[in-house]
Design a protein around this ligand. Structure first.
Ligand code: PHE
Length: 444
């Protein structure tokens, strides 16, 4: 008999039953490609960001299949073999060396080697097993960007001077950005051995200005829409800050945060590309920067979309609100909720089997351990897009038996229709049943 296989976006892949963990709903999402659907907010947001990184300096790649190898997603980027992101509890696998990309960085090495322009942008759907709330969905969209300089092509082979000259050509903005840390830090955010301080500083400054300009553009569009559509809108100055970060494939590294609704919101990760990435891609004479941002989050800010599930809606009351915007991105309107349906919160508590009561911290592919993402997936499987939030209410270990008890609150709510209590009860019964069947828990 032929081994079982699965088709994804025109490719056929052999399933290893010991590894395959992609639920039907997630498989179905691989064909949606919201970032390419005209007049969809994810697509519009991609177009607006792309306009900030113009061709021909930047080349756009928007058609990569989501199926990649563990080498592309992890090894090529320097992730250690025991990195928690590799675990079955966090990542969707087809077989032990094939998975649904968890980030667009999976295409970095290939693109650095093949790209003939100075820079590139890659937009794509990415997949992660994760929590359930209004800003997390197992499928979301990222944009990867990079800009490189080639020692053999810049005047006198002086990359620092070439980067500074390009920086002079970038527009300026008048936002005061908080950037309290030094451009690199010996221990926390080190310079690479092969870079001079001048090179890393110049690349870092070019990176920061490029990304700040993009955020300023997004927020000025969001503000224009708010001023026009919302009589109660209180205009507040845009606040941004750079914080030190760590990624195995960049150094120094930073995250950009934007102050929004009383909180600092992380919008992207970035850094000076590690030389080993260029070396392995066959372009050792290059240096430069890279970033990765979440398109869905930015689209939520831009259009004031309150729940990430809405992007997957096929309801005309959602989609029609963005008609024509792909062609006229200056006509952004705030999303108007088509009606608010009541939430149905329900609690469930259970004892874990003794074998998994010592829930190991994520890491390794240990199957015995309890992983919260398994609860999330059971709820998604049962309720589909009719679940809004799943939150741990309480956990404790019985002092005598050593057994662990967990209590979760599940909020069922539909974005498109009213959920009857009967239907929510049906979901909840099915969730309770599946928790026993699949995780071997004992309901309390
Ligand atoms: N891939 C990283 C993430 O998903 C973001 C990133 C991209 C950081 C490129 C640095 C450079 O978190």
């Amino acid at each position: 008999a032929r081994p079982p296989s699965v088709s994804i976006r025109g490719g056929t892949y052999e399933k290893d039953p010991a590894w395959f963990n992609v639920p039907r709903t997630v498989l179905d999402a691989t064909s949606r490609r919201l970032h390419l659907q005209p007049d969809h907010p994810i697509c519009i947001t991609r177009q607006i960001i792309e306009a900030n990184f113009p061709a021909p300096t930047y080349r756009y790649y928007n058609h990569h299949s989501p199926v990649v190898t563990t080498h592309q997603n992890f090894d090529s980027l320097g992730f250690p073999p025991n990195h928690p992101g590799r675990a079955l509890s966090d990542t969707y696998y087809i077989n032990h060396e094939t998975l649904l990309r968890t980030h667009t960085s999976a295409h970095q090495a290939d693109t650095f080697g093949a790209n003939s322009s100075d820079g590139y942008l890659i937009s794509a759907d990415v997949y992660r097993r994760d929590a359930i709330d209004r800003s997390h969905y197992p499928v979301f969209h990222q944009m990867e960007g990079a800009r490189s300089w080639d020692r053999r092509k810049v005047p006198n082979g002086d990359i620092a001077a070439a980067v500074r000259a390009d920086l002079e050509r970038l527009p300026r903005h008048n936002i005061q950005v908080e950037d309290p840390n030094p451009p690199f830090h010996e221990e926390r955010n080190p310079l690479q051995e092969c870079h001079t301080a001048a090179e890393a500083e110049a690349i870092g400054r070019h990176l920061k200005r490029s990304l700040e300009l993009m955020v300023v553009d997004i927020f000025s569009r969001a503000r224009a829409a708010a001023v026009r559509d919302d009589p109660n809108f209180v205009d507040e100055p845009l606040r941004m800050r750079w914080v030190e970060a760590y990624f195995p494939f960049t150094s120094p590294s930073w995250e950009l945060e934007v102050y929004y609704a009383g909180d600092w919101l992380e919008v992207l990760g970035s850094g000076v590309v590690r030389q080993s990435i260029y070396d392995n891609a066959g372009v050792p004479s290059q240096q430069g920067w890279a970033f990765g941002l979440g398109i869905d989050r930015i689209a939520m800010l831009l259009f004031q979309i309150p729940d990430i599930r809405l992007f997957w809606s096929q309801d005309e009351r959602f989609l029609s609100q963005f008609a024509g915007v792909s062609d006229r991105p200056d006509t952004i309107k705030r999303f108007v909720p088509f009606s608010k349906h009541p939430p149905c919160p329900k609690d469930v508590s259970f004892w874990l089997p003794l074998s998994s009561s010592s829930s190991s911290a994520a890491g390794g592919n240990d199957r015995g351990a309890f992983h919260e993402n398994d609860v999330m997936e059971i709820v998604r499987d049962v309720a589909g897009n009719d679940v809004e939030d799943v939150r741990l209410l309480d956990e404790f270990t019985h002092p005598a038996t050593g057994r662990k008890s967990m209590a979760y609150r599940i909020v069922y709510r539909s974005l498109e229709h009213t959920l009857t209590n009967e239907k929510a009860n049906g979901f909840h019964q099915a969730v309770r049943h599946a928790l026993v069947q699949k995780l071997g828990v004992e309901l309390r």
